[in-house]
Design a protein around this ligand. Structure first.
Ligand code: NAP
Length: 372
């Protein structure tokens, strides 16, 4: 059956069509309501049986299994982020009827602070991860202009953990009670853990980049070039030095590149002087190629040769022009999503103490990026 009647590509009776779809939605909602009510009754019955038998009522593992089974049935029909949003509410309602007498506390809140932050993929990724791990809690995006007030908000509202993104990764440090030694060396914090009111800062970009690279190559003793001299380059540069890689910083603005190379005690090369790439691993830590500048590349891609490992920290678009050309030249490519998901997994583990469901996190991010 055709859903809309078109004549010369024009809808001929919009009011009637809208009414038809609204009726369909009303009918479906009635069916959903009936099904949810039956599901809640079953959950309540299980809760009563468990209480009588002295068994712990909420079972995180069982919740994880429910998501896993439903996800395999979903087959892309509902976007993974939306899938988790919907079933999380249903499963939380089931948990609610079981928990009524158990006096469970308020769910923890997590947030990303940035400006802008509207297009952040972190809420979809972390909310799905919390659901998959069977954990209560919500992760929200907050646009922050007044950072001092926002940090007071973490303390005042008892926000359990926060991601910090552009432009606050450096300025956040002075408001924290403790900064982990690696984050202090890097000079940037992108993760806050609230330990009973003590705010501790970490840098998960560094570990995220190194984990994404480690899935594809070793770093010890390898020649590595990082293009860029901003916060991302700083984080990955520290990680490479820690892993024993031989690092060179390449940057468009020599002064900034020289400063970073001096902080990292490594070589520096101005971008304008790069005529060959005598490195095994090349990392783009610039914003070149990021939407809307999809056509831009950080350096001349004719210099990329097969057997090189090429990583792009940019993850929007999913496959940058730099990645596509590196792949064409036979390089092993590591996309920015791998780093993004790995750094998110480090955050998740710091906040919850549980292993992060990496597969689900990656799937959600890929889904969000692949549909407009
Ligand atoms: N995948 C992840 O998890 C992840 C994590 C962090 C960051 N990132 C991404 O990494 C990129 C860099 O982030 P950042 O925080 O380091 O940014 P940043 O601090 O603003 O630094 C940007 C760097 O890019 C260079 N640059 C910008 N446009 C360029 C161009 N057209 N050609 C050559 N160099 C160019 C700048 O060079 P000059 O010094 O000459 O200005 C600067 O060194 C962003 O796209 C960000 O989204 C991804």
């Amino acid at each position: 059956m055709k859903d809309t009647r078109l004549e010369n590509n024009k809808i001929i009776n919009p009011e009637k069509d809208i009414a038809t779809f609204r009726k369909r939605i009303d009918d479906i909602d009635e069916q959903i309501l009936e099904l949810i009510s039956r599901r809640l009754s079953a959950a309540q019955a299980i809760g009563q049986i468990k209480q009588q038998a002295g068994i712990t009522v909420v079972d995180d593992r069982r919740e994880g299994e429910i998501y896993q089974r439903l996800l395999s049935l979903n087959q892309g029909a509902v976007k993974t982020g939306s899938f988790y949003r919907i079933f999380r509410s249903i499963i939380a309602a089931g948990r609610g009827v079981q928990n009524q007498q158990s006096g469970a506390g308020e769910p923890p809140i997590y947030a990303v602070f940035g400006d802008p932050v509207g297009h952040s993929l972190s809420p979809a990724m972390h909310n799905s991860a919390l659901a998959q791990a069977g954990l209560d809690g919500f992760y929200i995006a907050i646009r922050v202009k007044d950072l001092a007030a926002a940090v007071s908000g973490i303390r005042g509202l008892g926000i359990r953990g926060a991601s910090i993104t552009i432009p606050h990764k450096i300025s956040i440090m002075k408001y924290l009670d403790q900064v982990d030694s690696l984050a202090a060396d890097i000079g940037a914090v992108n993760t806050i853990v609230n330990r009973q009111g003590l705010l501790c800062g970490y840098n998960s970009d560094c570990a995220g980049a190194i984990k994404a690279l480690a899935e594809n190559t070793i770093l010890t003793g390898e020649d590595v070039a990082v293009v860029g001299a901003g916060g991302g380059a700083r984080a990955v540069g520290f990680g490479i030095k820690q892993e024993g890689g031989r690092l060179t910083i390449i940057n468009r603005t020599p002064e900034k590149g020289e400063k970073l190379a001096s902080d990292l005690d490594c070589e520096f090369k101005p971008l304008s002087e790069v005529k060959q790439l005598p490195y095994h691993i090349i990392i783009n830590a610039t914003s070149a190629g990021m939407t809307p500048n999809d056509n831009s590349v950080p350096l001349n891609t004719d210099l990329l040769e097969s057997e090189m490992v090429v990583m792009d920290m940019v993850y929007n678009p999913l496959k940058t022009r730099f990645m596509a050309e590196a792949e064409k030249n036979g390089c092993i490519i590591v996309d920015g999503v791998s780093m993004f998901v790995q750094q998110g997994a480090v955050q998740f583990e710091l906040w919850t103490g549980k292993k992060a469901p990496l597969d689900v996190m990656r799937k959600v991010v890929l889904d969000e990026l692949s549909t407009p």
